[in-house]
Design a protein. Sequence first.
Length: 471
Amino acid sequence: MGATSRVALVYPSPYRVGMSSLGFQWILATLRAAGISAERAFLPDDLVAFQAEGGVLRTYETGTPVGDFPLIGVSLAYELELAGLVRLLELSGVPPLRQQRGPQHPRVLLGGPLTFSNPLPASPFVDAMLLGEADDEVVDIVLGGIDQPRDAWLGRVQAAAGGFVPERDGTRLPAVARASDKLLPARGAILAPEAELSDMFLIEGERGCHRQCAFCVMRRSTNGGMRLVSPDRILDLVPDHARRVGLVGAAISDHPKLPQLLQALLDSGRSVGVSSLRADRVAHKPDIPRLLRLGGYRTLTVASDAASQRLRRSMSKGTTQAHLLACAHAAAEHDYRVLKVYMMLGVPDEQPDDLAELIASTKALAAIHPLALGIAPFVPKRNTPLDAAPFAGIKTVEARLRQLRQGLRGTRAEVRATSARWAWVEWQLAQGGPEAGEAVMRAVANGGRFAAWRDALSAVPRTAAAPWRAN
């Protein structure tokens, strides 16, 4: 390894989002620990102004143009960030489509959470991907991408766990990689005051999930379920200067020793946060909401995931109304500002009676404590039991949202919903192939508004896996 071992590690969203990603921070730390000069780059906060001024995307550390690096490493979290990837490459002076690049251009390597589901729409833009947990492979693959001839490097990627080379493998995806337990836990290397999780040291308390929720790509069958990190190991890795600690994991509230860990962090004079809470754990372990409030939490956040108990059972989700009521009582008892409940609308077989139950349930919760109902339209994802389920439709979701808002009028429940239109775009990409990625290019080129996405995606040939229909 020589002084030329440099890589631009990029995140296709603004700094405040990228630096709140533990996966991005962990790969950055892993590469630097191996002696690789890994420099960060993000989309500008004001993209329109940056483009109007003819700006060139440069790294955060040295101001080097991203296009001058031999290798660009990309972390992609979810489907709509594909537009950010296209824009990021364009701002770097790199043709987004792999087929339009030559030997003078950087190679592009992609990883990140999206690779657990369906990374195929990203395949036209990259030379290679690492699917799943890249902890074991990333150093060798990055070094090869910097130093090796391209053909040899692509062969090396194909031989790696989770390695995928679109121009050679087509649409045949390998199994996602699983990292060695000895490499756990992932942890952050930088306290970023401008990030969404401001100045918080991020560290895994566990990896994976032991539950079987039918809509989730991180369910028990993915990479062996839940792998715990001991509280002693976590405490040993928290640096002395970190005054805020965020415990990360798909099912962190299922860690059997979470209350003891929270108490130890509080006793050390730190504030604490967690990445997710399960309503049944809050109900059965009242120390969790109590300790989080002592640690600085002001919003108690859980998920109901579906409108009714019937639908939750159909999706193998164990949350009950009794659990949610216990969360509302905990929020009131410990003087939380608000109880936030996340759920999906438009799940398979959703009926008017389910929506009526949701309205009644939400009224009961709001009578106990102020509530924010965070609603996302259901988007079926690859590698889940609900992969082949339909998208409910833009008009259907919007009509149910109107009914929900009307039913909750005059209560202490606020409805915060993500766009049904953009959920439709996410669905098309989540179920699409490389052709959907090429449609991203057209949508971005035509301004990136919903109409441009609708037109671009509707032009993609229909397949059984992706019924293109902006209903």
